[in-house]
Design a protein around this ligand. Sequence first.
Ligand SMILES: Cc1ncc(COP(=O)(O)O)c(C=O)c1O
Length: 404
Amino acid sequence: MSTLSKAAKFAERTSHLRASTIREMLKVTQQPDVISFGGGLPAPELFPIDAIAECTREVMDEYGAQALQYSVTEGIPEMREWVARRLTMRFNRSIDADAVVMVNGSQQGLDLIGKIYLDPGDHVVLEHPSYLGAIQAFDAYQARYLTVETDEDGMIPASLERVLASADPFPKFVYLIPNFQNPTGRTLAAERREEIVRICERYDIAIVEDDPYGELRFEGDHLPSLSSYATTGTIVYLGTGSKVMAPGLRVAWVVCDDEDVREKLVLAKQGADLHSGSLSQYLFHRFVSRTAQFASHLSEIVATYRKRRDVMLESLAEHMPGIVSFNRPAGGMFLWATVRGIDTAELLKVSAEQKVVFVPGVSFYPTRDVHDGMRLNFSNSSEEKTRVGIERLAHALRQYANLA
Ligand SMILES: Cc1ncc(COP(=O)(O)O)c(C=O)c1O
């Protein structure tokens, strides 16, 4: 009788899965006295609980069984039309509801993109650093990564061009987060956006534009999405309701003009979950259809996060030693700090004992070779907690680095 070895019982691709530092760390942060700048959680006190309760009643009265029944893979028409209208305004060009596929969180969008594009060993082009959840999703398809240099203005077009010109095998797509990037909070400069679209058009490589934070702008004008530019190339855009309403609903969307891509996405999604939750989609739609209430809800989120960012910046400036430098993101939920000469994964061990945590930057580099970065989330802690947490973190750093 032949049997399989322990390793062979599972697919080879599972050996490429790495535990997410963030998810592991979230377990530690369940303790109430730990201040966490680690997770990427929205502020729960801003969830529109009463409105969602009312919307639930309204959806049940209006749709009843239909909201509880199996539905189509592409998503409920009401949501696809809403997304198309909103993006028509944001992209400043007409988006058709047919171009929209609803997904179960944009994280599922990333997984499906991996599923339809990646064979084992295929290359994906990423910003350096990039979103850990995307790396995890692509890891499952045994991707390899080519990294493009970034600066305070996001991906550097000349570096992208160099990477594409010398890549072998040629990569399948370029993944980037142009607005208030996770993890760095950086925004891709306006003048770089069209340049990147044109480079990708020339090399005939798809762009995956992940935009969960675009609506959370604290100051300045919204910049055009990469998807705003007319192109003969393919752009797959990802948007989500997680940061503007509630992540627990898992309402998100993939938008792409290319019918072939959509067809494959829909088939891949059918195999994964048949369709995203109908009730969540109806609820989300009902809430955003209360236009004035949704607009003021969004303004409240933006105002709250702006204030929290400011408090974090003030506290960093007040308490951190000179080896720490940090940026000032114009929106989103994260800022990025570098601690000269310090391995922040080691610092985390000391800071966790002092009951404050963050995500060490190394997690966001697929090459795992940059150790002095730190992602600080400011959306999930009150102003008071932020002040106390940053003071604790500065204390832990001084102790770890033997500074006075
Ligand atoms: C860049 C980026 N993409 C995707 C996601 C996943 O979001 P969703 O809740 O829509 O799955 C996140 C969540 O933090 C993110 O930061």
